[in-house]
Design a binder for this molecule. Structure first.
Ligand SMILES: *Cc1c(COP(=O)(O)O)cnc(C)c1O
Length: 370
């Protein structure tokens, strides 16, 4: 079976380093917020090109604490997209803020700067949360400029884009703050829940640090409100073992994606578009086809498991339903997207097999060529 993500194969590829990391923590006698967490924060900051990392319990918490550190609170409007995992929006709504959905660009499927400008013309927005969906960076220079002009803060959702760049700058360095998830299937994944807030502003980093542990600066004394969103030492040590391999994993994802683009060119599939000057990291390799469920169901018995990220836009989900809101580009994307297997433990032969099965299905179903 060719899987859309394979955390076990990923573990086995780094098993010796991961087991050594776990043993080191077990022997240390220190299991939460210690030397491993501190070291991971430094190493991840260096990976980002300098700045401050605050490791937290998961990516949703990272978004929530970043927004709170940025001063977002009850009643504030937060602009984001509706073709994302529910987590992006639950982080906004759990702090009492109000998600405001912005239409996406049809080609790249990330937040449209024009649509964001139109939202600002209509209502008060305190923060903007662009999502670098599938590892494709959103158009940060323009989004940041529009937000700044309107006095809003930008918090990047980098959960799918560790290591992606725009020009020479990594995602996570464009907004005031950024949230990363290290869920096991992400480009940098732990073996449990983990996340981090990244910022270049030491004062914001300090705020997040207080928020992640009861508002404590000094032990047992709360200086601000805060909760528990600590990262444990085992996950931090595992992330330290895997961080040095992130760039190679991303390079392999790009190599597989280039092969997909070559093999599927000329078919009726809509292939992922890449903005000029951008290096994506292909958390997912996502194609579009009107009858995507048929194609997915045809590939499954042939040993190929595809993903659908995401089938239901947030404004159509029961908890966030907004019948008055129409986002035709987003809705159509959610109906058509199909994520093909693309992760570092696959090789070119796997891609060739997937592409051949897809081409055969398209030909048999009268949709072979453009
Ligand atoms: C995974 C993910 C999150 C949430 O991260 P968790 O660690 O699962 O809380 C948020 N946003 C996006 C885009 C994600 O892919």
């Amino acid at each position: 079976m060719i899987l859309v993500a394979d955390p076990k194969a990923e573990y086995l590829a780094h098993a010796d380093a991961i087991r050594a990391a776990i043993d080191r923590v077990l022997a240390s006698g220190h299991y939460i917020l210690g030397a491993e967490g501190d070291a991971f924060e430094k190493e991840f900051s260096a990976y980002q090109g300098g700045g401050h990392t605050v490791a937290v319990a998961n990516g949703t918490d990272a978004l929530e604490l970043a927004l709170r550190a940025a001063g977002v609170g009850p009643g504030d409007g937060v602009a984001t997209v509706a073709n994302t995992v529910t987590a992006t929006v639950s982080a906004i709504s759990e702090i009492g803020a109000r998600p405001v959905f912005v239409e996406i660009d049809a080609a790249t499927m990330v937040m449209s700067p024009e649509a964001l400008a139109a939202v600002f013309a209509r209502e008060r927005i305190k923060a903007v949360v662009p999502v670098h969906l599938y590892g494709q960076p959103a158009e940060m220079p323009r989004l940041v400029e529009i937000a700044a002009r309107n006095g809003a803060v930008v918090v990047e959702d980098c959960a799918q884009a560790h290591g992606a760049t725009i020009g020479s700058r990594k995602v996570g360095t464009w907004g005031a703050l950024a949230a990363f998830s290290f869920y096991p299937t992400k480009n940098l994944g732990a073996l449990g829940d983990a996340g981090a807030v990244f910022t270049q502003d030491p004062a914001l980093a300090e705020k997040v640090r207080l928020l992640r542990q009861y508002g404590w600066r000094t032990r047992y004394v709360a200086e601000s409100r805060g909760r528990n969103s600590r990262l444990d030492e085992i996950q931090a040590a595992i992330l330290r073992a895997k961080l040095p391999h992130l760039d190679a994993g991303n390079a392999q994802r790009r190599k597989l994606s280039a092969r997909y683009l070559e093999r599927l060119a000329g078919t009726s599939l809509i292939l992922p578009a890449v903005l000029p000057g951008v290096t994506p990291v292909y958390h997912q390799f996502t194609v579009r086809i009107p009858r995507r469920d048929h194609l997915r169901d045809a590939l499954q018995p042939r040993g190929i498991a595809c993903g659908i990220l995401y089938p239901v836009p947030i404004h159509h989900q029961p908890a966030y339903r907004d019948p008055a809101l129409s986002l035709p580009v987003t809705e159509r994307a959610c109906a058509e997207v199909l994520c093909l297997p693309c992760h570092p433990q696959l090789d070119l032969a796997d891609v060739d097999r997937v592409a051949a099965e897809i081409s055969a299905w398209l030909a048999a179903n009268g949709a072979g060529q453009k």
